[in-house]
Design a protein around this ligand. Structure first.
Ligand SMILES: [Zn+2]
Length: 271
């Protein structure tokens, strides 16, 4: 990071920040940065996702990533690798797109995407109807609004003081650098807060007809907020893998819940 005005590197400046002079001490700065770093990490993971080959990136499946492999692998552990969506091709095209475990140490499980999607969307919508229809969409105000306005005002005052000759650049450039850093951190925090609120508002005030209006990315976000994971169990020995879809072979793990559909009381306190 460099100073927007001087182009000087500013990393490290915060160790010298003083509560009295700068309005924020190093401890406070560290706590701000801890949040910022967590958010960067979060975004970093998303970027990894985006670096996938274009054919995977553009052909997204609703439950890829949510589905986990339930086969005991060659290491004698339940595999739990994420299943990915695949386009049907060749002689299997007639069975349609499918989810499959690609782990090298696992013989893999696979399941037809259409059947899985239909069953899990049914469960998902039942939970949303039950838990979120009488909630209301709202955006919790960002707690840093006044602080940011104050810092921006301070920043302008210092710049004006330099321009009018009341203050000397060499005396105040550390202060300006510090203010820039704090302003940038707060701007990121505000953006993260608004993104998180927008995601929660996908569920708040739920109406059944909203589902079809959401884009795939938004639907996947709703899925991620409701399901922790869904374990796909192998087709039992002796049963043909061309047998009809068996929903009992999907073990749903609800986010923050356990067992089957949550009773109504458990809906309280969710986003
Ligand atoms: Zn597997």
């Amino acid at each position: 990071m460099v100073d927007a005005v001087t182009g000087e590197p500013v990393i490290g400046e915060w160790e010298h920040a003083a509560e009295a002079a700068d309005g924020v001490g190093f401890e406070q700065w560290k706590s701000i940065m801890a949040g910022v770093r967590a958010n960067r990490l979060h975004r970093g993971m998303k970027r990894d996702d985006e670096r996938q080959p274009p054919e995977l990136r553009t052909r997204r499946y609703l439950f890829s990533g949510t589905l986990r492999c339930g086969r005991v692998n060659e290491l004698d552990e339940v595999c739990r690798s994420k299943l990915t969506g695949n386009r049907a091709s060749g002689k299997n095209a007639k069975y349609g797109d499918y989810y499959r475990c690609q782990d090298a140490n696992c013989k893999g499980v696979g399941r037809r995407a259409a059947a899985v999607d239909e069953h899990l969307v049914g469960l998902l919508l039942a939970v949303l109807d039950r838990c979120f229809t009488d909630t209301e969409a709202h955006t919790t105000p960002w707690r840093g609004r006044e602080k940011l306005a104050k810092l921006r005002h301070q920043h302008r005052s210092v710049e004006e003081a330099i321009l009018s000759g009341q203050a000397d650049w060499s005396d105040v450039h550390h202060l300006l650098t510090a203010l820039n850093g704090r302003i940038e951190a707060l701007v990121r925090d505000e953006r993260d807060h608004l993104e998180a609120e927008a995601k929660r508002n996908l569920l708040r005030g739920w109406r059944r007809d909203r589902w079809e209006q959401l884009e795939l990315g938004e639907q996947r976000e709703v899925v991620a907020q409701v399901f922790d994971s869904v374990v796909v169990l192998p087709i039992p020995a002796g049963v043909s893998d061309k047998a009809p879809f068996d929903p009992d072979l999907l073990e749903v793990e609800w986010r923050g819940l356990s067992g089957p559909l949550p009773p109504r009381a458990e809906c309280r306190g969710r986003p």
